[in-house]
Ligand binder design. Structure first.
Ligand code: KIV
Length: 279
């Protein structure tokens, strides 16, 4: 039995928005064509996240990611998708200055990559920008709670919205929904707060380290595939251990090369013995 998305025409922002309170929305990140092809079969939404900077480029955080990087990975992912809605992250420094700056860069992302929406981080303070974009044909997914581009302000990747802080995160959710975002990612907040937000606002909530009660879930695909043996945050469930498997495979290859067991007879090409002098 296949869970998640039924094979269907391309998912659109209004179609996703209509899933509020309905069947859970399945989301993952992708940065390359083959992974996009893989996740497209199971996901409603595929995010070209700025996590690409840490996952594929070895950056220490997402702050060094550029518009050009998002365009390059966005184009690659576009080639692998048939039906999932593709959302591309707006990198740090490309939307915070003004709604006009955000529009220019969001339009570039949509034109160059063919994505159906952009995602940007921030709550109430970004509401005017979200309104500006959504009134100008740019569908927006908002991102609140732990917003990784603010890692230095937060002093680390800490749970947000505990205790008295919960009201501010709730207000962020209400503000981005009122401004016209068609969905909101809620990252690393207490379960009870994510439940409250999900019940309170009329757009789908997509949780990551949030709550099973959210309207959908998202994870970084490399995390849930277990690509990084030493990276085990609490909110990530590993559905495979590909990092460990890959390490075993590379070690076996190295051993066989050193022992001259690879390539074996079945991996080399034959010819008539006389055609190669000295053979
Ligand atoms: O960049 C990213 O991958 C994200 C997530 C929500 C996982 O923003």
């Amino acid at each position: 039995m296949t869970y998640g998305k039924a094979p269907a025409p391309p998912v659109t922002p209004p179609a996703l928005m209509a899933r509020k309170g309905g069947a859970p929305i399945v989301c993952l990140t992708a940065y390359t064509t083959p992974i996009a092809q893989l996740v497209d079969r199971h996901c409603d939404l595929v995010l070209v996240g700025d996590s690409v900077g840490m996952v594929l480029h070895g950056l220490p955080d997402t702050l060094g990611v550029t518009l050009d990087m998002m365009i390059m990975h966005g184009k690659a992912v576009r080639r692998g998708l048939k039906s999932a809605l593709m959302v591309v992250d707006m990198p740090f420094g490309t939307y915070e200055e003004s709604p006009e700056q955000a529009f220019r860069n969001a339009a570039t992302l949509m034109r160059e990559t063919g994505c159906g929406a952009v995602k940007l981080e921030g709550g109430a303070q970004m509401a005017p920008t979200i309104r500006f974009l959504t009134q100008r044909a740019i569908p927006v997914v908002a991102h609140i709670g732990l917003t990784p581009q603010s890692v230095h302000t937060f002093g680390g990747y800490k749970v947000q919205g505990r205790g008295a802080e919960s009201q501010a995160v709730l207000r962020d959710a209400q503000a981005v929904a009122e401004a016209g975002a068609f969905a909101v990612v809620i990252e690393k907040v207490p379960d009870i707060l994510a439940r409250r937000i999900t019940a309170d606002i009329d757009i789908p909530t997509i949780g990551i380290g949030a709550s099973v009660a959210c309207d959908g879930q998202i994870l970084v695909v490399d995390d849930m595939l277990g690509m990084f043996a030493d990276f085990k945050p609490k909110f990530v469930k590993r559905y495979a251990e590909l990092g460990t498997e890959a390490d075993k495979a590379v070690a076996a290859y190295a051993e066989e090369v050193c022992a001259r067991r690879f390539p074996a007879a079945e991996h080399v090409f034959g010819d008539t013995p006389t055609s190669v002098k000295g053979a």
